[in-house]
Design a protein around this ligand. Sequence first.
Ligand code: 5CA
Ligand code: ZN
Length: 406
Amino acid sequence: MQAWTKPEIPVVPGPARRLRLYDTASRGLVEVPPATDGSARMYVCGITPYDATHMGHAATYVTFDLINRMWRDAGYEVHYTQNITDIDDPLLERAAATGVDWTDLAHSEIQLFRDDMTALRVIPPQNYVGVVESIGLVTDAIADLQRAGAVYDVDGDLYFAVKADPTFGSVSGYDVETMRALFAERGGDPDREGKRDPLDSLLWRHERPGEPAWDSPFGRGRPGWHVECSAIALEHLGMSFDVQGGGSDLIFPHHEMSASGAQVATGEHPFARAYVHQAMVGLDGEKMSKSKGNLVLVSKERQAGTDPMAIRLALLAHHYRTDWFWAPTDLLDAQARLDVWRGAITRGSGPDAAHTIDAIRAALTNDLDTIAALSAVDTWSDSNGNDPESPALLAQALDALLGIKL
Ligand code: 5CA
Ligand code: ZN
């Protein structure tokens, strides 16, 4: 799948810093990549394209964009893969409800997402990969799981036996009761008769009348969700890549299952070195979600004339590991801050920029502390100085490190 236009990324003078991130699995900060070996690999779970990008999605992709930017700043060659869940129940349901062909719906929402990402200056992945174009990869992964003895049949549907992975549960660290509740809530089927373990997850759903289906060694059907991300990540990044990312709603079952599936299919461990999760952005007391319909959409805001850089700055004003609720004041505050910064970089001179740039790097490499990074820029804007190079240097750093083009 075609990704989107890559923004210009200026090179910033001064020493870069190594990135530390909170890893959900080990429940602590880890350095990623662990060594200065020249490359860094990241997989981020992409959209299910049945509705437009909301502020929660945008927060997720901007967060992982900061990781990308910190790695590039440190000189790593970044390998970034993102999937598109372009066949799934919600997509088929929305298409049926609106009388639109499901592939047309997916394509138009993917295009809207590309436009939103471009406007927000998110660096595109090198591999932007749809599930529909990866069915062969997914069926290969299921065949590997079969060879590992981890697959069984329930009335023609194939299931992954989670017990085949002795480390199952180690991504989320949740107890069985919590896993079971979340599994039921997030697309799983713990109570289906014939399953060996309530947590076993669907790998291949045999063809149902009226549903799209593909040929496979297991008969016609379509893939289950988790194995899609295992297969796409394995193909484009291989095992033990540096960061598996997405929103915290994906910790369980999605990231737990996709890690286990890949580990059992390859016999290697771990799937990812760090599991990084963006907290949930909500609206009016609830998680913002396409299914609830309580959305603030990036595209609507853009159409209304909002500066995309104000949207990005509004997102950056919240730390990625804290849940928060979107409010109109977020945008007003961000626009006001942007105006102050724009005023400051058009001055003839300013205070020393090197110190501020180092403070931005120190904050961002410390588990993406965007609040401290923005505050360092505020301090620079509020101070006077006589360095004529400083405003241009700072503008360059904001563009490269925070993705804010003034
Ligand atoms: N296609 C799957 C991942 S394979 C999916 O979760 N799609 S999604 O469209 O529902 O979400 C896209 C990304 O945005 C995911 O990483 C998800 O975790 C994240 N996300 C969804 N809702 C929110 C929210 N309210 N706040 C923050 N991130 C969110
Ligand atoms: Zn995924």
